[in-house]
Design a protein around this ligand. Structure first.
Ligand code: UT7
Length: 332
C-alpha cells in the first residue's frame, strides 16, 4: 500500500517559567560557564518548579492548536513522546487529551528517547494514511529535571525541561524516513523505574537476570563519550538514508533540525554530511538537551523565525537512548 506524505498544519511549544544558567550550576557542582559553553554550547535551560510533564505538554499542544486554528474535537489521534511521564498509567497523552478536551482522539505514549518525535511522526503518518484518522497531534514533553542527579556534574548541566507539539494531516507531499534501533547499546543511556519490594518476596528464589550493568537508582546515567561517538555517525547516516529514500540529494535540504544534544556533535556530523552549519538549526544555548522535545521546540522556533518556507525540503534528525536514531525528510 502506498502511504501518503504529511502536512504539518501548525507547531507549538511551551517551557516552565524557571531558568538555570551555567553559573547557577557552578554554585551546586564543580563546573564552570567556560566548560559547559565550550563542551556543549549550552547557556541556559528551563527547569520545572513543579509543572508536570502533561501540563507543559498540554500548553505546547494548545499553542499549536491555536496557531493552526484547530478545534480539539477534530483531533483523532494524540501521540505523546516522553521518557519522563508523570504516571506509569494513565498515559501522558490521555492527560493531555483531558486538559485540551480532544474527546474524540485515541491517545497513547511512545518512548524512543531523544528520537521520539521522529518515530512519532512516522507512526502518525501511517495512521493518517487510513481514512478514519484525519488529524493527528504529536506532543513531545519532557521534565528531565525529575530524573537528573544534581550531584553528577557530567550529566546535570546538560538537561532542560520543555515541550513541543505539532498538528498534522495527510497530504500529497514528499515524505521519507530512516529509523534505527539498537538494543545492544541499551546501557549507554538509561534510567530505571522505581521498584517496590514486597513482603512476599523470597530473596532465595530471586532469579538472576542478564540486566544492564548500571546503578540501581532512578537517575539518568549516560556514557557520554560513547553516546557522542554514536551520535556523530548516526546523524549523517540517517539523514543520508532518508534523502536517498526520498530520491533527493542532501544539498537539496534547506534546513536540518537536529536533536539539540551538543553543538560539537552537530558540527562534526555536518562535516561528515558535507553541509554547512548554516543549514543546521541550533537553539540549545537557550534550552539545553530536552530529549524528545528538542526537535519540535526547534521546529516551532524555526517556523516562527520564518526559516522554513512553503515547498522547502527539510530534515528532522534525532539520536539517543535505546539506542535509537532516525531522520524524516518532509516537504513544507
Ligand atoms: O540526548 C541523548 C544523547 N546524548 C548525547 O548526545 C550526549 C553525548 N555526549 C556529550 O555530549 C559529551 O560526551 C558530554 C558533554 C556529555 C561530555 O563532554 P566530553 O568532552 O565528552 O567530556 P568527557 O566526558 O570526556 O569529560 C572530560 C573531562 C573529565 O575530566 P578528566 O577525567 O579529563 O579530568 C570530566 O570529569 O571533563 C570533566 N567534566 C566536567 N568538568 C567540568 C565532565 N563534566 C564536567 C562539567 N564541568 N560539567
Amino acid at each position: 500500500m502506498a502511504l501518503n506524505g504529511i502536512e504539518i498544519i501548525s507547531t507549538g511549544s511551551a517551557v516552565p517559567v524557571q531558568t538555570a544558567t551555567n553559573d547557577d550550576f557552578a554554585k551546586i557542582v564543580d563546573t564552570s560557564d567556560e566548560w559547559i559553553t565550550t563542551r556543549t554550547g549550552m547557556k541556559v535551560r528551563h527547569i520545572s518548579s513543579g509543572e508536570p510533564t502533561w501540563y507543559i505538554g498540554a500548553n505546547a499542544a494548545k499553542n499549536a492548536m491555536e496557531k493552526g486554528n484547530v478545534n480539539p474535537e477534530d483531533i483523532d489521534l494524540i501521540i505523546c513522546t516522553t521518557v519522563t511521564p508523570d504516571f506509569q498509567t494513565p498515559s501522558t497523552a490521555c492527560m493531555i487529551q483531558r486538559e485540551i478536551g480532544a474527546k474524540n482522539a485515541i491517545c497513547f505514549d511512545m518512548n524512543a528517547a531523544c528520537t521520539g518525535f521522529v518515530f512519532a511522526l512516522d507512526a502518525a503518518r501511517r495512521y493518517l494514511s487510513f481514512p478514519d484518522i484525519n488529524t493527528a497531534l504529536i506532543v513531545s514533553a519532557e521534565v528531565l529535571s525529575k530524573m537528573v542527579d544534581y550531584t553528577d556534574r557530567a550529566s546535570c548541566v546538560l538537561f532542560g525541561d520543555a515541550a513541543g507539539a505539532c498538528v498534522l494531516r495527510s497530504a500529497d507531499k514528499l515524505y521519507s524516513s530512516s529509523l534505527s534501533s539498537d538494543g545492544t547499546g541499551a546501557k549507554l543511556l538509561c534510567t530505571r523505574y522505581p521498584f517496590n519490594p514486597n513482603p512476599l518476596q523470597d530473596k532465595e528464589k530471586m532469579p538472576e537476570f542478564d540486566d544492564l550493568d548500571t546503578p540501581h537508582d532512578n537517575y539518568l546515567h549516560m556514557a557520554g563519550r560513547e553516546v557522542y561517538k554514536f551520535a556523530t555517525k548516526a546523524l549523517p547516516f540517517e539523514v543520508t538514508r532518508a534523502c536517498e529514500r526520498a530520491g533527493i540529494k542532501v544539498d537539496e535540504l534547506s534546513l536540518i533540525i537536529p536533536h539539540q544534544a551538543n553543538v560539537r556533535i552537530v558540527e562534526t556530523a555536518a562535516k561528515n554530511l558535507g553541509v554547512s552549519m548554516d543549514i543546521m538549526y541550533m537553539n540549545l544555548e537557550k534550552y539545553g538537551n530536552t530529549s524528545s522535545a528538542s526537535i519540535p521546540v526547534a521546529l516551532d522556533e524555526a517556523v516562527s523565525e520564518g526559516r522554513i518556507k512553503k515547498g522547502d525540503k527539510i530534515a528532522l534528525v534525532g539520536f539517543g537512548g535505546g539506542l535509537t536514531s532516525g531522520a524524516a525528510v518532509i516537504e513544507w
